[in-house]
Ligand binder design. Structure first.
Ligand SMILES: [Zn+2]
Length: 273
């Protein structure tokens, strides 16, 4: 359901005040950085207790890294902290190891905590951020900002637009692939392990569209798997070649496609690290 009160366009800075920016993070590793960022949210009364938020963010980070490459990470947690959404941005000159998809160090962290009662807002925020962060010129300006004020000003240029549930969010293919892995493990797991896997699955399910999940569950039930990889132009679910245009679109992307032949979700093949 669409929230009528949500504006069509919003500046990112409606969620990010100047005091929610750390120009020079002291942290030398990922966990320290997350703590330093959360301390700001505690200080500004966005969250009361740092510990549960930190745990949620780390759990989520362990599943699939939120470091989207090019020196940027978007750690996040869906958690009721009383408010709607809490954002904090930190910059690290030395860079931090975030197990990024491109193995590059992370220099800018945008941390987001959002209330489960407003799932749509998070997708808008994420997709809006991605549209700006994908531009090399925009990233360079963020990295080259000379002061906290300047950094904040640049981030304020990010415009968030209302998107429909059909729109893409970052790492969807990676998340769906991971979900399938967890669901498969769950089938064979012992009771205690099953519980842990269910927790992980729920974290991922929180971020995906209902329609997508419904189809995913149906495919899992029917075939035992729902997501197939594309290898050498062929769907590994049915071993039939997909159209060349579709094949090149899937390769190197993190978007989800559907195989026209067998109906399974198609993702780009994941290279082992
Ligand atoms: Zn297929």
């Amino acid at each position: 359901m669409e929230n009528v009160s949500t504006p069509k366009h919003a500046s990112f800075c409606e969620y990010l005040r100047l005091d929610q920016v750390i120009f020079n993070l002291k942290a030398t590793d990922k966990i320290q950085a997350l703590e330093e960022l959360l301390d700001v949210l505690v200080k500004l009364n966005y969250i009361k207790n740092k510990k549960p938020v930190l745990t949620r963010i780390i759990d989520r980070e362990r599943l699939v890294t939120t470091a989207i490459g090019h020196g940027i990470a978007l750690p996040h947690a869906r958690l009721d902290t009383g408010g709607d959404i809490a954002v904090v941005v930190g910059r690290s000159v030395a860079g931090l190891d975030f197990e990024a998809v491109d193995d590059k160090k992370v220099h800018v962290i945008i941390l987001i905590v959002w209330n489960p009662s407003i799932p749509g807002l998070f997708n808008h925020l994420f997709a809006g951020l991605a549209q700006f962060l994908i531009k090399p010129g925009f990233r360079d300006r963020i990295f080259n900002a000379r002061s906290k004020k300047e950094l904040h000003k640049i981030l304020c240029e990010i415009e968030l637009t209302l998107l429909s549930s059909e729109d893409k969010i970052i790492s969807r293919a990676g998340l769906l692939w991971k979900l399938q892995k967890i669901e498969m493990q769950k089938k064979k797991a012992a009771k205690a392990k099953k519980k842990e896997l269910q927790k992980q699955a729920n974290l991922i399910r929180d971020e995906l569209d209902d329609a997508l999940l419904e189809r995913f569950d149906k495919l899992m039930e029917r075939y035992g798997f729902a997501v197939a990889e594309l290898e050498d132009g062929a769907c590994q679910g049915c071993f039939i070649n997909v159209a060349t245009g579709m094949s090149s679109a899937i390769e190197g992307s993190d978007d989800i496609y559907v195989c026209e032949n067998c109906g399974k979700y198609l993702v780009a093949i994941k290279k082992a690290k």
